[in-house]
Design a binder for this molecule. Structure first.
Ligand code: G3P
Length: 230
């Protein structure tokens, strides 16, 4: 599974990238607005850190405007993926970009039918918003599962990108379903690292280690390596 971080916050992106697990990043106008900085500069910096696909969203509402914005966004960095909202005009723009070889992430997907249309328009990724579907009292993971099944059924190359992930249980379900990609907030990424038994186990190992004779691991091993053996 590819792991993308769903933020435009450089501190969070740098930290996640330093763990060696980050494959990409997704942004949207709300995440960009939260950072209060120059949009193009932020996207360029994210691309430099992530060294993988970075979704940057168009804001035009007509296909021609979307294509003009996409042409500019692509020039910011080679890692930019054009994020386009699901709608008639978005499908037109997606088809035109796909035909010229530009990867598109079709966003704001809330149904299997929308995902099918985006895939047929040539999207590289479709982004079902599982958390927001749950918010409406419906089954976000059920929609994700159906999209994955339908794409398998028809051999679409389009990758399913689970978005609007809110907690670690969402992540577990997305993995079980075989979602190609998940994009998640930094908070959920951090939660995935931790387990109370890991912390407890590590504390017990350290307490036991304190009773081992010697001046610590590095000096004990260095001293051993300098002595003749046997
Ligand atoms: O990737 C989409 C995501 O940013 C939406 O998440 O939590 O605002 O529904 P949320």
């Amino acid at each position: 599974m590819k792991l993308f971080i769903d933020t435009a916050n450089l501190t969070e992106i740098r930290e996640a990238a330093s763990w060696g697990i980050l494959d990409g990043c997704t942004t949207n106008p709300s995440l960009i607005a939260r950072e209060g900085r120059d949009f193009a500069e932020a996207i360029w910096e994210i691309c430099e850190i992530v060294q993988g696909p970075v979704s940057a969203e168009v804001v035009a509402q007509d296909a021609e405007g979307m294509l003009r914005e996409a042409a500019l966004l692509k020039q910011i960095h080679e890692h930019v993926v054009i994020k386009i909202p699901m709608c008639h005009e978005g499908l037109k723009a997606t088809r035109a970009l796909a035909d010229e070889g530009t990867p598109v992430n079709v966003t704001l997907i809330f149904s299997v039918n929308q995902a099918l249309l985006a895939a047929k328009a040539g999207a590289a990724y479709v982004s079902p918003f599982v958390g927001r579907i749950d918010d409406t009292g419906n089954d976000g993971m059920g929609v994700l599962a159906d999209i994955i099944n339908v794409f398998d059924h028809y051999y679409f190359d389009t990758e399913v990108l689970a978005a609007s992930i809110r907690h670690t249980a969402h992540m577990l379900d997305a993995q079980r379903l075989g979602s190609h990609v998940a994009t998640l907030p930094f908070k959920v990424l951090k939660q995935m690292v931790h387990h109370p038994l890991t912390d407890k186990g590590n504390a017990a190992f350290l307490a036991d280690w304190a009773t081992v004779p010697g001046d610590g691991l590095e000096s004990t091993v260095s001293a051993f390596l300098q002595r003749p053996r046997g």
